[in-house]
Write a protein that binds this ligand. Sequence first.
Ligand code: C5P
Length: 236
Amino acid sequence: MEKKFLYEGKAKIVYATENPDEVVVYYKDAATAFDGKKKGEIENKGYLNAQISAYIFKYLEKQGIKTHFLEVVGEREQRVKRLSIIPVEVVVRNIAAGSLSKRLGLPEGTDLPFPVVELYYKNDELGDPMINHYHVQALNLATPEEIKYMEDTALKVNSLLKEFFDSLNILLVDFKLEFGRFHDQILLGDEISPDTCRFWDKDTREKLDKDRFRRDLGGVSEAYTEILKRIKEKAE
Ligand code: C5P
């Protein structure tokens, strides 16, 4: 397959293929946090996230969620549909942590009575500020129908993944999704991995995600490896 460099992001490189409707995504070991202010590498992260994300997207597709995912094409690469990304990140939270704890003064680990959905404007220069439906319309980022579809889908993904990870003895604390336009459809895009979700072990509440990198807790690669191991055991 011939590949042509298209774009390099913080964690991934995107290549065009002969098919104008598809791209190949290469997952890097590079890790960033706090709007790119903290930089580092997580050993083997590219491989681990490419595999973890592939398992999750395949599972969601099987459950009827429309995604960009097509297939894994190498240890660290995926073939996916080429989306025009909607610059609105959708975050769903089940347990208070991270920026929600900080903003609202809710101690980390507080159960939320129902899933809380938040929207963020995907804009590196502005540091991805939180926005509401008014901002989405004022900035013309997406139509009201598109935002409704994205929020409804994010809540469906939350129900599916909460149950899936519960069966692996993992709490799904929160996660971020991105969507994109593909012809007349909206598809779930980007990745779902320990970079984009908070995962806690159900018994010990040990963090098994990027917070280990953000907070210098050590054992980052080991935590990602543990997530892939539990998913694989379940898949076999
Ligand atoms: O930092 P915050 O608490 O708002 O993050 C909520 C969730 O969204 C976390 O799981 C985090 O990893 C994810 N996130 C992300 N990319 C961002 C912001 C947040 O994957 N740009």
